[in-house]
Each structure stands twice: as structure tokens, then as C-alpha cells.
Design a protein around this ligand. Sequence first.
Ligand code: SF4
Length: 310
Amino acid sequence: MPELSTPITDQWVLDRRGPRNDVDPDVPYAFLVEKEFSHHGTCDDVATLFLTNRECPYRCLMCDLWKNTTTDRVAPGQIPRQIRHALDRLPPARHIKLYNSGNYFDPNAIPTVDDPDIANLVADFDTVIVESHPNMVGKRCLAFNDMTTPEVHVAMGLETVHPEVLPRLNKRMTLADFEHAVKTLIENGMQARAFILLRPPFLSESEGVEWAMKSIDFAFDIGVECCAVIPTRAGNGATEALASLGHFTPPNPNSLEQVHRYGLSRENGRVFVDLWDLQHLQRGSDADRAMYDRMNRMNLTQQIAGADDA
Ligand code: SF4
């Protein structure tokens, strides 16, 4: 494990940031419908809304979600307005993701007073998926579940189970915290989804693969229903600073496919890989396009594709 001359603190991360994007608290900063293999075993349409709200209070080393957030708390009523805005423009879908670049259950992000309106707006979906830091899974989460007709799934960043890298990510979370949140969700009839980083800072390519696999194992062993593996990307200032010091290199797409195959081979739950930053593969060589198509198909079928499948 390479040493850093300075400890990673909130200020270290903040000092390396660039500017935010302009966002409007009356509209989500993005919304779309895409296919996803559901926990029912069907490939369904999922509406994903990227809600505009106040920045998450954590300062994780690799996070770039702050770019599309506000510095001030949004007013009560603005989040339901954003949801209506997106649903009025999207085709029908069976499930809905309300992703807010942070923690749904943070009252400074989504005003608690809006929960009943939000529950009404999502009442016709089968599943509502929100995201949260594990330490914010508490009373509000249970109350939201009680007032919500669809099944509630909570997506949380496990990131990595590497014992030295996880503390360095400045996430202020232990594996025990994560496990406690998963148990709380399950005991109360909800499901947990884990975000796992492929090759976070401080790891070599082979270590990145090894620890992503170990993270999938941990997640499934404690009851997580779905793992989403995300290739760690540069772009938030801190990751570029670490790259210039030799502490960070983005992972190879081949490693993502390797981890995807491993996760699916466990047959313990759904495993998705995030292809959003790998669209360029579709414009690359025949081998690149074939690799992208295999991972996309494995996402949509949850079946391991043959290595030679185009
Ligand atoms: S808790 Fe999530 S949203 Fe908040 S800084 Fe960390 S990774 Fe980003």
C-alpha cells in the first residue's frame, strides 16, 4: 500500500474540486427510462430520476456527484415537483429510482415533509429504489417504507472491503456500519443494493479485481440482494491529484468483465456493471464492441455470456 505524505481529509478533497454545474432545483438534472433485470426475474423498464438537491455532507475521496447539486437546501415541494416533471415526460415504467447524488434520508437533501407526497407519486410502481449512506438508514427510512406502497430498495456505497483502502476513501463508514444498515433494511421488509468500486485509489489492476470480488462476496454474505460494480473514474479533482502521485489509475474494461463474470457465477443475487463511462467501447475495435455487448447482455439477462459471443 503506497504511502501519502498528507492524510486525506474533507479539506484535502474540497481543495481539489473544480466548479459545479448549473442546476435548477425545480427539475431533475437528468431522467430516463432504461431496461434492468428485476428481482422478479424479468427485464423491466426502470425510470431513473437524478434529483437536484443539496450536496451530500460526506466528502468521499472518489465522489463526483457533488457536481450536479446545490449548496442550499431545496424548499419543501420542489422534490415532488421534480418527480412530477420527469414522470409527465417519461414513458411508463415498472420500477423507479430516485437518485439524489447523496442520501435520500438526509433532511438537508430531501425535506422530510415531502415524504408523503413522494410516496403518493411512486404508488403505482412495483419498486422504488433510493440511495443512502448506511449511517443514514434509520427512523426516516422505516417511516418512508411504512407509507410507501411499492417495495423499497436502498442502494448504499459499500465501495470496497479492503481494510486499508476503505478508511482512506474518507467515507466515515465501517463494514460493521454497512452490515448493520443491511440487516435493518431486511428486518423491515426492504432490500439492499450495494455499489462496489472497481479499482479504487491505491490498488493495482490485479488488486482492484481481487478486492471487487471480495466486496461482492461480503455483500452477498450479509444479505445484499443486488451488487452494482462501478469502474472508479477520474474527474472530481482528488482522483486526478492521486493519479499524478501514482496512487490512482482507472481500471481496464477487461477487469470489469472479469468481475462481472465472477459475480454472476456466485448465483447469489443480481450483479450489474456500470457501462455509462464505457460507451466509447461501442465505437472502438471489434473486440471492444463485443466486450461491451457481452457486459450489456449479462446486465440484461444475469446469465454469463460465452467469451466468444459477439
Ligand atoms: S456518501 Fe455517496 S454521495 Fe456522499 S460523498 Fe460519499 S459517495 Fe458521494
